[in-house]
Design a protein around this ligand. Sequence first.
Ligand SMILES: [Zn+2]
Length: 236
Amino acid sequence: MRCITLYIQMKKKVFTFSRIFSAIAYVPMLSLGLTACTQDEIEEYTIPCAQEGHVHAVDLGLSVKWACCNVGATSPEEFGGYYAWGDPVEKDSCIWTKYEWYNDSIEEIIKYNDLDGKTALEATDDVAQTLWGDEWRMPTQAEMKELMDRCTWTWTSVNGVYGYRVSGNGNSIFLPAAGSQYEDLYTSQGSQGCYMSSTLYGDDYELEICLGFNKKDRYTINSDRCDGHTIRPVKK
Ligand SMILES: [Zn+2]
């Protein structure tokens, strides 16, 4: 039943939008809807902090502790908000002209650009810090890499939501496969994750760096700064 619901929701979303991308996105989403029903049984993961209220800082034995929830979520499996890089206001459509650091009249990015040379978000522009307070912030690319390289990643589900259990030091967090928001289209929900870092891609100031994953793999991926991605904060 859950599989059928997932498929219908995705199909409806795809048909809602007319841009070319949606036509391309339809094929993998269709196959996802079908394969989700036939994939091997995976063990449902129970969140250790499920009964305690959130948010918690989880010690995975890394240089920072990781939050148990995404920004904008009230539980570990909830997707939460989709944010552009350094922009705490969610958008109906993630496009350059609505992006905090883009000046439409001159068609230029006005901060973190090739003029100022800044490639790391300042605290005042950090979405996690802005929305959650001083002790939390977005992870850097290096902290993302640490999470990828030094933890055990297990594809699982929590309350029917697919994602990864990421374990280390006897503890774990759950990263839901929340997908991304491109313009007004939410893509790959249930099949991919794309978590935003506070680090800009050095060779092109229009791109920021994300930790991406699907059922088979984890990887670093660049994305336009105006695209909407989920955020999993860290703290010392
Ligand atoms: Zn928690």
